[in-house]
Design a protein around this ligand. Sequence first.
Ligand code: TPP
Ligand code: MG
Length: 552
Amino acid sequence: MSKIDGATLIVRSLKQQGVDSLFGIVGFPVFGVALAAQREGIQFIGMRNEQAASYAAGAVGYLTGRPGACLTVSGPGMIHAIAGLANAQSNCWPMIVIGGASDSYQEGMGAFQEAPQVDLARPYTKYSARPDSAKRIPFYLEQAVRSCINGRPGASYLDLPDDFLTAEFEEDEIVFPPRCPEPPRPQAAAADIESAIAALRKAERPLVIIGKGAAYARAEGEVRAFLDATQLPYLATPMGKGVAPDEAPLSVAPARGLALQQADLVVLLGARLNWMLHFGVPPRFDRNVKIIQVDIAAEEIGRNVPAAVGLVGDLKSVVGQLNEALSAESFRYPADTPWRRALAEKVEENRQFVRGMMDDESVPMGYYRVFREIQEQAPAGSIIQAEGAQTMDISRSVLMHDAPRLRLDAGTFGTMGVGLGQAIAAAIVHPDKQVICIEGDSAFGFSGMEVETACRYKLPIVFVIVNNNGIGGGFDSLPEDPFASPPSAYTVGAGYEGMIEGFGGTGYRVRTPAEFSAAFKQALADAMPSLINVLIDPQARAKPQKFPWLTQ
Ligand SMILES: Cc1ncc(C[n+]2csc(CCOP(=O)(O)OP(=O)(O)O)c2C)c(N)n1
Ligand SMILES: [Mg+2]
């Protein structure tokens, strides 16, 4: 009869539950877990900070629909990973943190790295537990997985004391629950589908808003069929981009302000009326706007704005139901209406405006010229990670996606520092795709050391630092007294490109469009990661009205 220890129990359970990779940092008491992972055929990705490791796990959850996993040491390591739990929970992405903990029998004694870990994780998770015994680790792990992928996805935390990880059992004493199946895809009530179609027919200024919930639900086929059938104008939230193509006649993303403000009916597909959509209220929305809200979570229906029709269910199922109803009795928003014309005009006006900035060849460059180059050279299907303030926001309006789940960013929680972990996760999940990680110079600083991780695993990510010398930029030089520097300033012309060279990647420092173009081309061709430090105009801005908080 063979023996099995707690560390092997946890990784075997992870494997059984469809978790193929584990991001983390080893130390007390989880060294054995990482070794067991490698033994049992789970890829262990050793990172440089648990924050980045936990962000990577969240991104795996979003990209695959099965939870990504993060392994931490006790105390400070677990506390770093709360960052990823909170980020995933806020974005509704499934992930699990496996936190090592001090020995259970030393609880309250002042043990090494002792911390109330289950309690710390609780507000940022759907499920946070310590198994009642080592033997039942597989039971708890299945609970953690089931909780985080079902209903509204989110985060789970499992706490494993040292004595649980080293405990040994006869293998036949252990019960491994079967793999938790893919979540069911519940449908909305038939009467609500009818009400939704009836409301659509009455709309004069309809708008579809596509959220990352639609991307997560893999509803792109249904959403595209719905738009095809109804010919409704649409736009997407940042990570909803690509569910329907960004560039298509019905896409009114460049007219976002007008579209939100004047729509009399919004079909909300897997997006929440939170800060990202200005809560659905005036002055950014019409006071009388009717919302047809599709969401997997019943409690989300009616948040901030009472829903005219609430369709509770899986995005793919519910939009499929709408399509079915439409095929029985079609509805097509007319091709020529004042609403369509107003949107088209605004789209064209904003396109021209942005085009002018994209074609501006001045040196130093502004954001738009940098992103134009990326847009033109990035191979089809590239995954774009973008974070920063202006870097992230402007990249969204220039970089176009025609397929879903190809954009990762600071998301609902607005977390800076997610970039490198997410990019590494994307490269691991999709080795066939080019990953481009676009970082504001401030955003890069949060997890910049993970370039070593990318180099060590030979992940050919292209890191582009859009360097304006600080948070929002604005400074060509700093005062002599460093303590008199503006709070948002960082080193002028910092040599970030040097960082990656110490690990075997290639660094570039560029200022002109031609230099950037050549460096980006070379970086895309290289098999090792590259980092291009683009020294842009520190005064570069987007359209002024979009960033009032930066100009105040
Ligand atoms: C964890 C965290 N800390 C701080 C912030 C506040 N914050 C918002 S954007 C930003 C950085 C913006 O600067 P940068 O990345 O250089 O992009 P830029 O706007 O200059 O292009 C910061 C620090 C945050 N959102 N998240
Ligand atoms: Mg900056």
